[in-house]
Design a protein around this ligand. Structure first.
Ligand SMILES: CSC[C@H]1O[C@H](OP(=O)(O)O)[C@H](O)[C@@H]1O
Length: 366
């Protein structure tokens, strides 16, 4: 299908833009995703520590969106820092990298983005393209924007590749929010094929589990798809098995926070459950992520699964739903082994098993 990218971009025009860089005063503006869907409010950030706090508090969340936000957090270290020499600037950036990397442990995009920004600064200083702190700021801004633009382009490409897995009339089960709110660009990863299909007039609908405890499905996926006129049905997490058993799901499409070389997929808690049920029922299970989400060095035992505040489980929006002193285990991601993954959809193509051979090949890395 010869798809005109520019025409497609004009048709996919998401209303919600969760990350805005205001160049006039070097300010990072974030849509506060904790308040959705009932309030659309924004926070303004001018330093890396408050940016790290915004990631930790999930004002912004979603692996690619975290990466873009961290990239601009590194820009803020120069834009509003105290460095008067390039050496001081590099030290500020190293401190900013450490503060941002400490915000959340699982999403690979965070570490990929801060390392890319730091190496860009170091290279610019050493190759002479940044001879002053002011020139370095220009380099950093351009690199952060490049990361944003590359993410946007990657999502369009993943949407086009993913079209191969979407038939007219399909219903697609998602998990959490891997939409435009999770990537910062407004398109999404898991929702990219959905948005592209919808833009091309292919009838597709979504079943979105609420995704306890943070309710990204109920509060974010539902909100952003309805805002763009894409049919979506909300279900309780406990209904996932039944809707698949009832034959209501043609495929499962999820995002990812980290994907290993051998195809282990780290994603929102509850993803593994969907993958096992899909495998059992013969329903295709696709993880959709840009190459910036892949971690080709770590093994399963190296990856930290984030555990968050127990009150996220004991309460819903501050209202207790359990005894206040009940012990809680609150892992917010799980890991799906490659045997349950039908294919990985990336901006460089669709990757099929054996992943340990095909991931490096398709991502054209050693
Ligand atoms: C394309 S976003 C990837 C991923 O991030 C979400 O987690 P969180 O909301 O805790 O940042 C979820 O796992 C999405 O699938």
């Amino acid at each position: 299908m010869g798809i005109d990218i520019e025409e497609l971009k004009s048709k996919i025009n998401p209303r919600l833009r969760p990350i805005i860089w205001r160049d006039s005063d070097n300010t990072l503006v974030l849509l506060d995703q904790r308040k959705l869907p009932f309030e659309e409010t924004y926070v303004e950030l001018r330093d890396p520590q408050s940016t790290a706090d915004a990631i930790r508090q999930m004002i912004v969340r979603g692996a690619p969106a975290i990466g873009i936000t961290a990239a601009y957090g590194m820009v803020l270290a120069i834009a509003h820092g105290n460095a008067s020499t390039l050496d001081e600037a590099l030290n500020e950036l190293a401190r900013a990298r450490d503060a941002l990397n400490a915000a959340r442990p699982t999403a690979q995009n965070l570490f990929w983005a801060t390392e890319r920004m730091l190496s860009t600064a170091s290279n610019a200083i050493h190759n002479g393209s940044a001879k002053s702190v002011r020139e370095l700021l220009g380099v950093m801004k351009r690199e952060a924007k490049a990361i944003f633009d590359e993410e946007f382009d990657a999502e369009l490409r993943m949407g086009i590749y993913g079209l191969e897995k979407v038939n007219d009339g399909d219903t697609i089960l998602t998990q959490c929010n891997a939409g435009g709110l999770a990537t910062g660009t407004g398109i999404g990863t898991a929702t990219a094929p959905i948005r592209v299909a919808h833009a091309l007039g292919i009838r597709v609908s979504v079943i979105a589990p609420e995704t306890r405890p943070w309710l990204q499905g109920a509060r974010l996926t539902v909100y952003e798809l309805m805002a763009d006129g894409i049919p979506v049905t909300l279900i309780a997490d406990t209904a996932v098995g039944y809707v698949m058993y009832r034959g209501m799901v043609n495929s499962v499409m999820v995002g990812a926070d980290r994907i290993l070389r051998d195809g282990h997929v780290y994603n929102k808690i509850g993803t593994f459950k969907e993958a096992v049920i899909a495998h059992e029922l013969g329903i295709p299970f696709y993880a959709i992520a840009p190459s910036s989400t892949f971690d080709l060095r770590s093994r399963v035992e190296d990856v930290k699964i984030e555990e968050r505040d127990p009150d996220e489980v004991r309460k819903i929006r501050g209202v207790p739903i359990a005894p206040e002193n009940v012990p809680v285990f609150n892992p917010v991601f799980d890991v799906t082994p490659p045997k349950y993954v039908t294919a990985l959809i990336t901006e460089r193509g669709i990757i099929y098993p054996p992943f340990d051979k095909n991931v490096p090949r398709v991502l054209s890395v050693r």
